[in-house]
Write a protein that binds this ligand. Structure first.
Ligand code: ATP
Length: 441
């Protein structure tokens, strides 16, 4: 039985979204023609567009609309000394158990002492399994050539702290933000793109005077929660959950997760951690380089504390899709519709000539070319107009622009809105301004 705070399981919704993702080109199993590679996915044309929009929305809120955050794009291959200092080599582990009956491996903290395959309790002792992917740099595969793919983007920001503070003339409070791929050799990936071994993160490290970190952590919890709502997730599908002391990562003095009501229950979208001065102190000690900030106003030297909102872009994409999926009935016909925020939807507009006849194509293409500099457009002239509307509804395109035979005479087109299906006739001349205004662009 679901408790009042537990969302009711809706595996029908999960299946519908996973199916839509494959069928319409959002997400494909990676290297599918070779049978795929376990729990690894490629983002198809619509997924690539949507991920780009998610990155863009995050970048806008975290960098463009602020004057206290600067961006960074650090390397994925990292000097092992970074992971030694950060504690990841020693402690970035999950507890691993084997089922002696079916030989499957599980994360001990996820299965409550019972193998999900067999229901058997015949499990090995839990042992720590390091989640970092190891590789070799250069042609010789020996210990001196070992490097790791980053399991989080954060360390790139800590090791560049001094470079950025100096070159950008910053002082706390200020932040460094980064979006990029991260890699974790997860023991049990699954639930589609919820947990994969390669995924994309969007992280901010916000450096503050030590005494101010609790206030900033509170601030970032509120900011980040409102970001998900701004882009269309209903407040009742989101919650903040403070970590229990025993769940805290090795670097954190306190973490609050933003959770989403996934079809199988609440799941983390983002963690907002108070990393204290753990990382800067570790890098200062290991590198021998002082990372202290000198406050000219007070004459004080201190290591800044860090508040870190760390979100997964690929997991967020899944949450946006689940939150947006709906089925309704239009003129007696069932339709699937993604009620995505227009800034998150893969396409903002579809240009749809009423018929494929040559007479309409030149004007329809002219309309398309007017829109393309401003908005991501799809052009579709095959099948009946009703079917084409449904196809666009299903991928979340907020507006359809129909060019018909009257358009040739009156230079007007019909704009159809996805959710209400309401239609508005207007002059082609006014189309760009009209759509930009309605999209809030
Ligand atoms: P979890 O408890 O789900 O393993 P975590 O607490 O280890 O996640 P963080 O280290 O806080 O995760 O990472 C920040 C964010 O990165 C998570 O909130 C999530 O959105 C995303 N993320 C983490 N691991 C994965 C993964 N394996 N696949 C997809 N996204 C992930």
């Amino acid at each position: 039985m679901a408790t009042p705070s537990e969302p009711a399981a809706d595996l029908g919704l999960f299946d519908a979204v996973v199916n839509l993702c494959k069928r319409r080109g959002f997400v494909f199993p990676s290297a599918e023609i070779y049978g795929g590679i376990r729990s690894t996915y490629d983002y198809g044309p619509l997924g690539a567009l949507m991920l780009r929009n998610i990155r863009e929305a995050w970048w806008r809120a975290m960098i463009q609309e602020r004057d206290d955050v600067v961006p960074l794009d650090a390397a994925i291959l990292t000097n092992p000394k970074v992971w030694e200092a950060s504690g990841h080599l020693a402690t970035f582990t999950d507890p691993l158990v084997d089922c002696r009956k079916c030989k499957e491996r599980w994360r001990a903290d996820q299965i409550e002492d019972t193998c999900p395959n067999r229901g058997s309790n015949d499990l090995t002792e839990a042992r720590p399994f390091n989640l970092m992917f190891k590789t070799f740099v250069g042609p010789v595969e020996d210990e001196s050539a070992v490097a790791y793919l980053r399991p989080e983007t954060a360390q790139g920001m800590f090791v560049n702290y001094l470079n950025i503070e100096t070159t950008m003339r910053r002082k706390p409070p200020f932040g460094i933000a980064q979006i990029g791929r991260a890699f974790r050799n997860e023991i049990t990936p699954g639930n589609f793109v919820f947990r994969t071994r390669e995924f994309e993160m969007m992280e901010l490290e916000f450096f503050v005077p030590p005494a101010d970190s609790p206030r900033w952590q509170q601030y970032w919890c509120e900011e980040r929660l409102s970001w998900y709502q701004r882009y269309g997730i209903a407040p009742e599908k989101l919650r903040l959950r403070p970590h229990e002391p025993e769940e805290l990562s090795h670097y954190s003095s306190g973490t609050t997760d933003i959770e989403f009501a996934f079809p199988w229950g609440w799941g983390e979208l983002e963690g907002i951690a108070n990393r204290t001065d753990f990382d800067l102190r570790a890098h200062q000690d290991h590198s021998g380089t002082s990372l202290e900030h000198f406050d000219q106003a007070t004459g004080e030297r201190y290591l800044p504390h860090v508040v870190e909102p760390a979100a997964g872009a690929t997991r967020t994409m899944m949450a946006f899709l689940l939150a947006a999926y709906d089925e309704d009935e239009i003129a007696g016909e069932r339709r699937a519709v993604l009620r995505l925020h227009p800034k998150i939807a893969p396409y903002q507009v579809a240009v749809l000539p009423l018929s494929k006849k040559d007479t309409l194509s030149p004007l329809a293409r002219d309309v398309l070319h007017r829109l393309q500099p401003h908005l991501m457009c799809e052009y579709d002239e095959t099948q009946s107009i009703g079917r084409r509307y449904r196809r666009q509804d299903e991928i979340g395109t907020p507006f359809g622009v129909t060019v018909d035979f009257d358009s040739l005479e009156d230079q007007q087109v019909t704009v159809r809105e996805r959710d209400s299906t309401e239609q508005t006739r207007l002059a082609i001349e006014d189309l760009v301004g009209h759509l930009l205004a309605r999209l809030g662009a």
